[in-house]
Design a protein around this ligand. Structure first.
Ligand code: ZN
Length: 124
């Protein structure tokens, strides 16, 4: 059975498992310990890049929602907030260059929307 990339379905390319070790806010991101990886996924080199960005994006978005909802959030620290926004802008710029293949993992539109929302709030 041929195995393809879980992001774009491409077959016949080297596939890798994305494991960051540490996530954007310094938490443990473990996708190598089978018990902690409930949905193993393998990606081609191009999708691996996007997957890393998707992980950061989701983390920052969740932290942002926590903060807006009044829950403790890593973004309570203005420096961390600024850093997160910089990362989102970096992601947005990279997605522009990766093209349509990346859309299944992370859409440029949702990144742009979050950047706009965070930019519109004073103090971040
Ligand atoms: Zn792929």
């Amino acid at each position: 059975m041929a195995v393809g990339c879980d992001g774009c379905g491409t077959q016949g390319v080297p596939l890798a498992k994305v494991s960051l070790g540490r996530d954007f806010f310094g938490g443990v991101y473990d996708r190598l310990t089978p018990a902690l990886d409930t949905a193993p996924a393998w990606y081609c080199p191009a999708c691996s890049q996007v997957k890393r960005m998707q992980v950061d994006f989701r983390l920052i978005r969740n932290a942002w929602r926590d903060q807006r909802g009044g829950a403790p959030s890593p973004l309570d620290d203005p420096a961390a907030c600024r850093h997160a926004l910089d990362r989102l802008c970096d992601i947005a710029a990279r997605l522009d260059r990766t093209g349509p293949r990346a859309d299944t993992l992370l859409g440029a539109g949702e990144v742009a929307a979050l950047v706009k929302e965070m930019n519109g709030i004073a103090g971040c």
